[in-house]
Design a protein around this ligand. Structure first.
Ligand SMILES: Nc1ncnc2c1ncn2[C@@H]1O[C@H](COP(=O)(O)OP(=O)(O)O)[C@@H](O)[C@H]1O
Ligand SMILES: [Mg+2]
Length: 339
């Protein structure tokens, strides 16, 4: 681990399920290079939940997709390691990666209609997935397994013969979750799984994801631009801003002691029904053009605490407490390394 990303897992001896170290992902476009993910490091244990929060364009999906090595063209993993069960997958041959996808790590995309084939019945999606990874399973057996999954999703098993368009948006997203868990992976990455849905359906889907996660003992990375959803549902939280991990903390710590001015602003923009006189504030300005991000701290043009140094130098990610990291000069120029 390099010096700008202090390690904070000194007390953990066993291998974590997922360990990301100094990850960098770039989009090499004809107009220039977008450094969409810079120097991101974290780890995740079996059964844990991690939330990735931050405005649109902050690099959340790019980070998530890099974990299953599906960053779209012209994206490339520019550096760092992604270890799953101790094995670095960055340079893994594609055929081995295909085995990893679904069985070790599965991805739930925001828009189910992109992932579901409109001319294929729901059952066929499950059967194909199961038999691709487990060729010895018969069609009939795969079909029965699919029916059980549908039942666990709260969908009548008879609907296995329906086509994707015959389901509501919420049900389609349930089916996507079902496809993600069908092979019992250790980690599910859910990328804005409920953003396109209304709030009631949203809560139901997130509850379903949570109960399945517990039942199947999976770890979950939940990606959302909505910090309130992440706070409600995740053990650990990473706040991303313009491709940088600007804060990392446990959920309660981040809620009670947000350190980065960006996190503080995000929290101030969440309505709290228990506070009758709450003043909601929006974050001024907009995220930077990622082809030409500002020098120094990427948040300084929108920050109310900007100092001279913030405009010229990029802060390090420093430790400010147990399992609490922040990338901000308000906490000193170098900070206290945790190791
Ligand atoms: N296919 C692509 N080509 C070029 N740039 C991309 C591509 N996909 C994403 N980006 C850029 O990478 C940055 C991060 O995008 P993304 O990971 O989708 O953010 P988020 O999921 O937080 O909204 C954005 O600035 C975006 O413009
Ligand atoms: Mg995204």
């Amino acid at each position: 681990m390099n010096c700008s990303t202090p390690s904070f897992r000194g007390e953990i001896a066993k291998l974590p399920l997922l360990e990301i170290d100094s990850l960098a992902v770039d989009y090499r476009t004809s107009r220039g290079t977008v450094h969409a993910v810079n120097d991101v490091s974290f780890f995740l244990e079996k059964g844990e939940t991690l939330g990735l929060a931050g405005e649109s364009g902050s690099g959340k999906s790019t980070l998530g997709l890099s974990i299953i090595r599906l960053v779209p063209y012209p994206g490339v993993i520019g550096g760092g390691q992604i270890k799953i069960d101790g094995r670095d997958i960055v340079a893994l041959p594609e055929h081995e990666m295909q085995t990893f996808r679904g069985t070790k790590v599965a991805y739930v995309f925001q828009d189910p209609m992109i992932s579901l084939n409109p001319v294929k019945k729901i059952g066929a999606h499950f059967v194909e997935l199961i038999r691709t990874h487990e060729p010895n399973v018969s069609k009939k057996e795969a079909f029965e397994r699919a029916k059980t999954v549908l039942k666990n999703l709260g969908i009548q098993p008879e609907r296995i013969n329906d086509y994707p368009h015959q389901f509501s948006g919420g049900m389609r997203q349930r089916i996507m979750i079902g496809l993600a868990i069908a092979l019992n992976p250790d980690l599910v990455i859910a990328d804005e799984p409920t953003t396109a849905l209304d709030v009631i359906v949203q809560a139901k889907i997130l509850d379903l994801l949570e109960s399945l996660r517990k039942a199947y003992q999976m770890a979950l990375i939940l990606i959302s631009h909505d910090l309130s959803i992440i706070l409600e549902r995740c053990d650990k939280i990473i706040v991303m801003y313009a491709g940088h991990m600007v804060e990392y903390a446990d959920g309660t710590e981040l809620h009670g002691r947000p350190a980065h001015p960006y996190t503080q602003k995000l929290l101030q923009s969440i309505p709290n029904i228990e506070l009758s006189d709450q003043k909601l504030t929006a974050i001024p300005g907009s995220p930077p053009d990622m082809l030409n991000p500002p020098n120094g701290c990427r948040f300084w043009p929108r920050c109310s605490c900007t100092m001279e140094i913030c405009r010229v130098k990029e802060p390090l990610l420093i430790s400010i407490g147990r399992n609490h990291l922040v990338k901000c000069f308000l906490y000193g120029e170098k900070g206290v390394q945790s190791e």
